[in-house]
Design a protein around this ligand. Sequence first.
Ligand code: SAH
Ligand code: SF4
Length: 358
Amino acid sequence: MKKIIHDYTKEELAEEIKPAFRAKQIYSWVYHKHADSFEEMANLPKDLRKKLTEEYELHPLERISRQESRDGSIKYLFRLRDGHTVEAVLLLMKEAEYHEDGTLKHHRRYTVCISSQVGCKVGCAFCLTAKGGFMRDLSAGEIVSQVLEIYKDQGIPSNHRVNLVYMGMGEPLDNLDNVAKAVRIFSDMDGMSISPNRQTISTSGLSSKIERLGKMDLGINLAISLHAVDDALRQRLMPINKAYNIASIIEAVRNFPVNQRKKVLFEYLVIKDVNDDLESAKKLVKLLNGIKAKVNLIYFNPYPGTDFQRPDPEDVRRFQEYLLNKGVLCTIRESKGLDISAACGQLREQKLNEGVGK
Ligand code: SAH
Ligand code: SF4
């Protein structure tokens, strides 16, 4: 099989393709001009274009489905070269705004949610991605291509500032080397220029990998999927808690190098009658004592076959108010794309049932 061009950092490409400055030109064609073929890379010599066409893949992902939600979010399903499928979501965070004289204040603000694996090994009880088991890791290029394909599909210029969240399918820290490489490829100034401080890695809490990620000092933001404040409940929801309990996660977070102006995000999936009580909110405040933390409450998004239920909005607000009153920053994640079933794995599941992908 051909080598995926997006698997290469610019430095690696410069090793393979001489003279080295060609790597910068290729990056520009791929990530700025969104070239559809090597043939159109006009400033490369003809024989190099031929070699690239023969040896490298420029389209490792094929878009097989796209669902638009009423709030402007778009969910994509991509087919990989081996037939497996992964999801990515473009979230419209804010419409463009203009000054009174009509000049642009800021363009549309987007966040792209990307997958890091086909399936997931972690096996959380509430997660649809977990139900299908684990297939394989994505390569760095397959991670990068999700964003690139979305830019191309939506005509998003390469100089737009977007945020990336590794919150799609898979556990990013279970595929740390490829994810770290993707972070670097995304942030290359000759490529997409998505700075690490606009990229957030979300993890179910593999403490030893959090430590390793910290040592890499990539400059990314960290999000922890906490979801429960005592080990017994967390273990029931997230079996990984047996190997890495809450205390070990908190310890790893304390050691994590966080940008001065940033906070660690704690995601808390609120499930009706499971973890939506004030006693939990109280314990959460205690747990986060002394950590520069921000809590994001997420409504559980139900799907056919699950016993868990969406919480009552009043309970979620009460939970939030308790935290705010104690001085803990807390937001409620809007259920973006709820009408297109945005929780991870749901579009893939639907298409698998229709016999599309694997
Ligand atoms: N594996 C990583 C990142 C991908 S999951 C992690 O667990 O952090 C991204 C987020 O989606 C997690 O916070 C997860 O708890 C949440 N999630 C999973 N299933 C969900 C559902 N049915 N409704 C709402 N959020 C869900
Ligand atoms: Fe994997 Fe995250 Fe789903 Fe848990 S919530 S099974 S870690 S993708």
